[in-house]
Design a protein around this ligand. Structure first.
Ligand SMILES: *Cc1c(COP(=O)(O)O)cnc(C)c1O
Length: 242
């Protein structure tokens, strides 16, 4: 983009970032929580590396991506020090790539994926990789997320959490979820909060609750989200549905 276009884009992003921060602030106040207790993860998927650089310049510290190829290219292109969160469904053969640029993988939902990340992280990283176990709140096995009904041991939430906790090169940091379609966000995030509490009872370091997107960040903050993942409200509508 030409410098002038970049300037206009910067102003646009500054305004939407302000608004998102205000929303988070109001939600914290309403919930009686500290303003600093919620981290904003800017989900930059489908938007160019130049937008990531502009957001970094505006004080954003954490960015999220959901496709390995796109994320790897952007992480290589942006020099600013950022925490890169991988939030998409991840195939095991991409583990080797993801561990080279991601600081956090939020979408671990099987013991086999945990094993693949562990072996890649052990070989290719100096520091442990932060991992969130993605929880399927409605238990639909066809979408991403670990489940609690015991139908598939490889994807059982408690087994996945234990596998991550015991894996070399990984650090179990908490849970992530997307409110299922057709569910009241309130009910979805209350369910997630109960699971997060239960996990934390056995794993006190697993303090992260990544929940809430553009449409439901208020409900997520009310139910204890420590991280909200915001795309549309920050960057605009995406062309593709993903
Ligand atoms: C795209 C995406 C988001 C951001 O969603 P918006 O509704 O655009 O804010 C958050 N989490 C995940 C896992 C995503 O894939």
């Amino acid at each position: 983009m030409r410098p002038l276009d970049q300037e206009a884009r910067r102003d646009e992003l500054a305004a939407s970032l302000d608004e998102v921060r205000r929303r988070i602030g109001r939600a914290c106040t309403a919930a009686g929580r500290d303003q600093g207790s919620v981290t904003l993860v800017a989900v930059t998927k489908t938007y160019p590396a130049s937008d990531v650089a502009l957001l970094a310049g505006l004080g954003v510290t954490d960015v999220g991506e959901n496709k390995d190829q796109e994320a790897a290219a952007k992480a290589a292109a942006v020099a600013a020090p950022l925490r890169w969160h991988f939030v998409g469904q991840l195939q095991r053969n991409k583990a080797k790539s993801v561990v080279t640029y991601a600081d956090v993988v939020e979408s671990v939902d099987s013991t086999r994926l945990a094993a693949a990340l562990s072996s890649a992280a052990t070989r290719l990283r100096e520091r442990p990789l932060d991992v969130l176990v993605q929880v399927s709140i409605d238990g639909d096995p066809d979408r991403g997320g670990a489940i609690t009904d015991g139908a598939d041991p490889d994807r059982d939430l408690w087994r996945v959490a234990a596998a991550v906790d015991q894996a070399e090169g990984l650090r179990l940091s908490g849970v992530m979820a997307v409110a299922p379609l057709g569910w009241e966000p309130e009910r979805a995030f209350a369910t997630l909060a109960a699971l997060a509490d239960r996990l934390r009872a056995g794993q006190p370091a697993a303090t992260v609750v990544s929940a809430g997107m553009s449409g439901d960040l208020e409900q997520a903050v009310r139910h204890g989200a420590t991280h909200v993942r915001i795309g549309t409200s920050l960057l605009g509508m995406r062309n593709t549905l993903r």
